[in-house]
Design a protein around this ligand. Sequence first.
Ligand SMILES: [Fe+2]
Ligand SMILES: [Fe+2]
Length: 186
Amino acid sequence: MDNKERFLSLCGTIDRDGIDKLLGWLETSDFFTCPASTKYHGAYRGGLLEHSLNVYDELQRLLAAYPEIEAKEESVTVVSLFHDLCKVNFYGVEKRNRKNEEGVWESYDSYVVREKFPFGGHGSKSVFLIQQFMTLTPEEAVAINCHMGPWDKGDPDVGRSYEQFPLAWLLHVADESATYIKEKKK
Ligand SMILES: [Fe+2]
Ligand SMILES: [Fe+2]
C-alpha cells in the first residue's frame, strides 16, 4: 500500500458529513505531491502526505504510552491527517544554480513558499480550510489550531489549551516527534 492509499483508507474510517467534499478538494490540490517544507523536514515530492501519516503513527504511539488520555479514534485520525492542510497550494518550484562535485555550475529545482491564500496563521488556517467542508469538534479544532505549541507566535498561552484538551498537547508532541525524529535529515 503506498502512502496515498493508506491515507485514503484511514480517511475511509471517518464517518462525518463533508469528508467526501474535503477529499474531493484535496484531489484537486497539490496535497498528495507537495513537500512538507522548503528545505527542512519532508522537502521532497509527497513529503506533506508522508509527514501527515507519520504524525498519525506518532500520535498512536503516544496514546499507547498515555492510556489516561482518552481520545476518539476518529478524532485522532482527523487531527493528525489534516493538521497541516495550511500547506496545501503553498509551495512552488524555482530553478536555482549550484556547483556540482566537479565544480561545474548546474541548475536544480528548489522548493519555495508561494502562498496563494495568506490567511495569517498556521494551525488556524488548517482549521478554516477543513471547516469549509467538514465540521470539527471543539477538541479537534483546538488540537489543530495549537499544534505548533509555543513556536506559534500568535498564541501566548497555549498551555491553557493543552490543560483543557490533552489531545491537543499530544498532537503537538506527535508533530515534533515526526519532524525531529522520524523525518530527521541524515
Ligand atoms: Fe504544522
Ligand atoms: Fe506538521
